[in-house]
Design a protein around this ligand. Sequence first.
Ligand SMILES: *[C@@H]1O[C@H](CO)[C@@H](O)[C@H](O)[C@H]1NC(C)=O
Ligand SMILES: *[C@@H]1O[C@H](CO)[C@@H](O)[C@H](O)[C@H]1NC(C)=O
Length: 475
Amino acid sequence: MEGKPKHSFLFSLFTIFLSLSTASTHFQTQTLTLRSLPNPPTLSQPESESTEPDSDSSTTLSLDLHHIDALSFNKTPLHLFNLRLQRDAARVISFSSILSKATSQNKTKPTGSFTGSGFSSSVTSGLSQGSGEYFTRLGVGTPPKYIYMVLDTGSDVVWLQCKPCRRCYSQSDPIFDPARSTSFAGIPCGSPLCRRLDSPGCNQKKVCQYQVSYGDGSFTFGDFSNETLTFRRTGVARVAIGCGHDNEGLFVGAAGLLGLGRGGLSFPSQTGTRFNKKFSYCLVDRSSSTKPSSMVFGESAVSRTARFTPLIKNPKLDTFYYVELLGISVGGTPVRGISASLFRLDQTGNGGVIIDSGTSVTRLTRPAYVALRDAFRVGATRLKRAPEFSLFDSCYDLSGLTEVKVPTVVFHFRGADVSLPAANYLIPVDNSGSFCFAFAGTMSGLSIIGNIQQQGFRVVYDLASSRVGFSPRGC
Ligand SMILES: *[C@@H]1O[C@H](CO)[C@@H](O)[C@H](O)[C@H]1NC(C)=O
Ligand SMILES: *[C@@H]1O[C@H](CO)[C@@H](O)[C@H](O)[C@H]1NC(C)=O
């Protein structure tokens, strides 16, 4: 070692020189083509809806996804965008509340019937809430009745509104009547499926009762039952679903929800033997594409070009998809001030990073957000600043321009670097040229990778191998 000081001194000079020159000459940018807020989507004519599914053995399902904005009528792009941000805020709050409930109790399933906690009557109707941003059309029962269901990677239980209604909100299709379906079967109280529920109940007929509350006061309650679901022409028999007779809160428009979480009662978990616990989706950037967003279940969901990062488990809550985020780069350099420790999921179930399809704007725990934003601002000094907008504190006036250079942004997940297209982080917030850096800070320890940042990727959820993959240009 003693013979080398000179050498290592020269070496450090060289390293300093190298890093200075990288910083000044190799700052990485990419081109953002400027577009305006997307126009309200229209619901395409439903495809032919078969009345007789082949309940065959097909091991792949593919579906079109529609953005929830298609269920709001006569609203301007700006109004829709503001509503989306409101739903987003509601979803983040409801995740926090679900999480704080889960972490404050030891993971033991409550037995017996409902404790009554978690119910709130302070539900304000008329507002949207954040149950998810995309929905699809599927058939329920035999013969199938077609309805819209919201897809939700942030919850597990599949449910829909059912007759007779103690309380149902308004939906666009007739409410499902289990009495007219030959495949409907109530699940008995003692069955293993019933015991998997968080707070199972039992009625006088010894039929299992489910309830799901979403942390914002909204909930659904009713009979837990097996039923056949039909996707295009493919029937999936005996899916345990909640048949909700009391649905309060704000699931405006859609008839129910297809839970896609990681827990045992979600649709991908229940159909694991058939679709191999694999699904993927691709959410298009609606301001630049007219293609529909789509979803695939089964082996063909796994894109060959995907880069994978392992899923990790929250010891207190099965539902969310936790990934390990180790750092973020801006302009080709790791952001100082962002380290893996800011994103670590601890043994008490706090902290961590989840990936979610129903949250729009990525939330980063506050210190990480501040460091990222500052690095972006430094890299974007040539852009003219504009006032803050809603939750966005770094906005730019790009009016009159057709394209600009913006610093690159790369997520470093364990085992997978994911380089974001520029349109996934500098987004229009009005139709007069204001664009904002589309991340936000959160005071909660939980960071959430939202769907704006996922646009254009095929996001692969491979629960069989406990990993999530990202495949660029996957739509
Ligand atoms: C959870 O378990 C831990 C250790 O097993 C115990 O110290 C703690 O009091 C428990 N908390 C609750 C809310 O039961
Ligand atoms: C519901 O479906 C599950 C899974 O196929 C099955 O094990 C169970 O026996 C079914 N229960 C009823 C009541 O149909």
